[in-house]
Design a protein around this ligand. Structure first.
Ligand SMILES: Cc1cc2nc3c(=O)[nH]c(=O)nc-3n(C[C@H](O)[C@H](O)[C@H](O)COP(=O)(O)O)c2cc1C
Length: 333
């Protein structure tokens, strides 16, 4: 059966997770060349950065659509101000970060610690929904510290959906320890509990529920989609981006041709040239492409050539061309 791609939440069937310092706009442009349908999340952007920061924290390329802005914050008015700006700029969704456990984020009283303040999260979502027409969604964990019962999660989801009006949740299916573990450890040590996310969908069947955490293949994605509305993939999509090349076909049911890796590299050239002409550094773009040939002969040479040359002053497209030439042509499939 072909999936229904027409619902306003259809893109959420498969998404790439918000990842600070990784899913910047260069990365998202690159990922978009691999998959047309996947929903792309920005890195978390704090309300403070948007409201007080120097620079344009909402900049993105039009090619990235559908693209969701992830906000970090807990002041309803500030979040509403940022959501409105983002909607005016054309973002397709606003997502609130209720999953990040870093100390810096906790000091700002946002991220995963907000799981302990569901009424505040509801107020934040309601304030944003009041001022935008696009979906306002929440990304969260299954618990924090010792508050890790199923009831804790359902209380959170009940309050945020009923009082805040949130219709969609992405559940990173492990809890977070707010102290004692680094953010990296908090993505690895607490065990994954997918059945809990499945149960949540059963108990809140009217909500759109996506799962996140530890998904590495499209086969696993399809299995989760038997139980849930969506799957969000983070590290694997970044480190092994070619898994994205068959998402449109396998997950969204399209019959568009699957691109070769070299084609994706070549399609990056005009973008790279345009960005370099605006003052970007080659290495800031190519760093997201290093994993494209993962597990292929020549992958190490590709990676090494780019790593050693892309940061040199004046480096341009020729560095990428030379790196691509390291890949045996007959193996570029
Ligand atoms: C480098 C890095 C940065 C991240 N930054 C964010 C972030 O800004 N916001 C957020 O909600 N989660 C962030 N995460 C967590 C991911 O969105 C995701 O929940 C987590 O990596 C688990 O998914 P995965 O196992 O598919 O990677 C980050 C993860 C990584 C690896």
């Amino acid at each position: 059966m072909k999936p229904d791609n027409t619902s306003k939440y259809a893109a959420n069937r498969f998404s790439i997770a918000p990842m600070l310092d990784w899913t910047d706009r260069h990365c998202r442009y690159f990922h978009r060349l691999l998959t047309n349908e996947t929903l792309l999340y920005t890195e978390m952007v704090t309300t403070g950065a948007i409201i007080h920061g120097k620079g344009d924290f909402l900049a993105y390329n039009q090619e990235e659509h559908p693209v969701a802005l992830q906000l970090g914050g807990s002041n309803p008015q500030d979040l509403a101000t940022c959501a409105k700006l983002a909607a005016e700029r054309g973002y397709d969704e606003i997502n609130l970060n209720v999953g990040c456990p870093s100390d810096r984020v906790q000091n700002g009283r946002f991220g995963a610690c907000l799981m302990g303040e569901p009424q505040l999260v509801a107020d934040c979502v309601a304030a944003m929904r009041d001022v935008v027409d696009i979906p306002v969604t929440v990304k969260t964990r299954i618990g924090i510290d010792d508050q890790d019962s199923y009831e804790f999660l359902t209380d959170f989801v009940s309050i945020v959906s009923e009082k805040g009006g949130c219709e969609q949740f992405t559940i990173h299916a492990r809890k977070a320890w707010l102290s004692g573990l680094s953010p990296k450890e908090n993505r690895e040590i607490p065990p994954l509990d997918y059945p809990r996310a499945y149960q949540l969908k059963k108990d809140f069947s009217h909500l759109v529920i996506a799962v996140n955490g530890g998904v590495k293949t499209l086969q696993e994605t399809k299995e989760h989609l038997q139980h849930l509305d969506g799957v969000m993939v983070g590290r694997e999509a970044y480190q092994n981006p070619y898994i994205l090349a068959e998402v449109d076909q396998q997950i969204f049911g399209l019959d568009t041709p699957i691109k070769k890796r070299s084609q994706v590299v070549e399609e990056m050239y005009p973008y790279i040239e345009q960005q370099l002409s605006k003052g970007a550094y080659l290495g800031h773009i190519t760093r997201h492409m290093l994993g494209l040939f993962q597990n292929m002969p020549g992958a190490r040479q590709w990676r090494r050539y780019i790593s050693e040359n892309a940061h040199k002053p004046g480096s341009g497209i020729e560095v990428v061309e030379a790196a691509l030439a390291k890949i045996p042509k007959e193996l570029d499939v």
